[in-house]
Design a protein around this ligand. Sequence first.
Ligand SMILES: *Cc1c(COP(=O)(O)O)cnc(C)c1O
Length: 338
Amino acid sequence: MKKVDSKNLSFNYTQTDMRYVAEYKNGKWDEGRMTDDPYIRMNECACVLQYAQTCFEGLKAYETADGRIVCFRPDLNAERMVSSCKRMNMPEFPKDKFVQAVKDVVKANKDFVPEYSSGGALYVRPFMYGKDPIINVVSANEFEFRIFTLPVGSYFKKALSLCVSDYDRAAPHGTGNIKAGLNYAMSLYPTMEAKKAGFNENLYLDPASRKYVEETGGTNVMFVTNDGKVVTPKSDSILPSITKRSIIQIAREELGIEVEERPVEIKEISNFKECFLCGTAAVISPVRMVTDHGKEITFDTSDNEMGPVTRKLYNTLTGMQKGTVKAPEGWVVEICKA
Ligand SMILES: *Cc1c(COP(=O)(O)O)cnc(C)c1O
């Protein structure tokens, strides 16, 4: 029996039945376990609370048309978490244990996976944080790795309008390329400002020269040229989106679309025909307008319909994720029957 109302899905926290916890102490991870307790008790001086030593991941589990529950490329989330942990001076969580724990948590909450026809998914949030009390500015010694889940609908409902931000989301040679909560902390104030001004998200520029497009607070960005090529920014301070990497491969190998990954100047984006955001939460969300200090740049997208290339990529990607389009070997990982 479903414990989720597939017709009323949002992108808000909902408590589901079970979550996974593993603890790291004296230089090693314990066995890990499932728990029904969503609360964490820790010391007031825990490293995560004082110095933000934490990183996270995000992926989704889907119900397929033929009644299976699957997830999409969890091995890449496991790998990316390893690189985030290294940069945050946290211990690696073994990749095979990560993937197994994702499967176990999804299976334990399978009644919260929205129905196939709803377009929703079970969002899976792995994260790690430094737990013991630290007042010197050094790394914690004890860590917790957790995974919880929540049912979600689609993040964005219609074509978006973005605002070029005067703030940076990441420093040059900083942590822009890892999935650290601290990057999000920096973006909260500018995001609220953008929303107050009527925009959906900020578009951030490269922090060193402020000449090139980077990404939004939580998604990568892609463009389509007049002759149907896909262009996406390349930079060391962009988070390497798994959705973007998948779209690039789909475009090149399945759809025969040329893709350029290169620095993209903010002043050239008015030449592009389509623009969209991509990420696990956003999937592929079309952008209708970017406002750059009063100058409005519009794209070939109406409120409710994506541009043709964006649509093709969207249909192929979501078809693969939900089992109606054949995906490359290993992309779709079966967890259990619905
Ligand atoms: C998570 C995230 C993305 C999207 O990555 P996916 O792997 O596609 O979900 C993009 N930008 C930032 C800043 C992110 O944190």
